[in-house]
Design a protein around this ligand. Structure first.
Ligand code: HSE
Length: 310
């Protein structure tokens, strides 16, 4: 009997100036998927825990089973699989929850059938699963969750993914206020057109953020964490957004913006001490407007998803 358990981490997509093209993985939290192969030829979902009954149990609608079915089909494998999903990531939080589930499922099934595909070859299945979850196939959560690190998606169609080195001491803070924003709604809110001035600002910042990461230039990283495309539209849906962002900057964070499609905010900090102070200040700022939240502090996770029971 083949039984495999895999973990896939949360991720921060967009990273301010890189809408749909930047993302990085956190060490924790993450989702765990456990699978058991059988000879029924069917994929079934045995249980989902930690989602308060909110995720779809139907195999056509769950990102784990959808990703896994496409994987098995492409390899012409007819094995049956029983899935247990243990959600540790909050739903609709902007921390790559649906991505982590799909990635953990893919890494588990690939391992269970002796790793016929590389990590990069698993990506298209995870991206397709994102389409089921939020209506658009974007890769800026699945790529970091699967591959680890800070990634740049140069081209979505060909999944041309580039890993960007980051300063070793760089810490991320993610603060998740207890409200939910659906990625599909946040994407609907985006403007279909932006001005040439905004485009120039955004690609200047995007290029500079990558340069800052590669040169370990904290000042440059801080200056580049600016988003004139998504933040002006989406921050309106996050109560206390400006206060929480100001609290992060005053606490010494290099920059602060929306994590993925929100409502979580992320901040980047030059070391753990500043990160702790920043997380505390952001949480306090949410408290002041009556919103409870969870905070996560992490270095950039370079490993990505992993097998838990080898
Ligand atoms: N790039 C995506 C978006 C990430 O912002 O809609 C969703 O987490």
């Amino acid at each position: 009997m083949v039984r495999v358990k895999a973990f896939a981490p949360a991720s921060v997509a967009n990273v301010a100036c890189g809408f749909d093209v930047f993302g990085f993985a956190l060490e924790q939290p993450g989702d765990v998927v456990e699978i058991l192969l059988n000879d029924t030829g069917e994929i079934t979902i045995k249980e989902i825990t930690g989602d308060q009954g909110l995720l779809p149990r139907h195999v056509d609608e769950n990102t784990c089973s959808v990703a896994m079915r496409q994987f098995l089909k492409s390899l012409n494998l007819s094995t049956g699989v029983e899935i247990s999903l243990h959600k540790q990531l909050p739903l609709g939080s902007g921390m790559g929850s649906s991505a982590a589930s799909a990635v953990a499922a893919l890494v588990a099934i690939n391992h269970a059938v002796q790793n016929p595909l590389t990590r990069k070859q698993l990506l298209p299945f995870a991206v397709e699963a994102e389409r089921i979850a939020c209506g658009t196939a974007h890769a800026d959560n699945v790529a970091p969750s699967l591959l680890g690190g800070f990634v740049l998606i140069r081209d979505k169609a060909t999944l041309d993914i580039i890993s960007i080195p980051v300063p070793e001491e760089l810490h991320a803070v993610v603060v998740h206020p207890h409200i939910e924003i659906r990625t599909s709604d946040a994407r609907q809110a985006m403007k279909k057109m932006i001005s040439i001035d905004d485009a120039i600002k955004q690609w200047g910042n995007a290029a500079a953020l990558i340069a800052g990461m590669m040169k370990s230039d904290y000042e440059l990283i801080g200056r580049s964490l600016e988003d004139v495309v998504a933040e002006p539209v989406r921050s309106i849906f996050i109560p206390g957004y400006q206060q929480v962002k100001q609290a992060a900057l005053q606490a010494g964070a290099l920059g602060c913006s929306i994590s993925g499609s929100g409502p979580s905010l992320f901040a980047l900090c030059k070391n753990q001490e500043v990160a702790k102070h920043t997380a505390h200040s952001m949480t306090e700022a949410f408290n002041r407007i009556g919103l409870t939240s969870d905070q996560f502090i992490s270095t950039i996770n370079h490993e990505g998803a992993k097998i838990l029971n080898d």
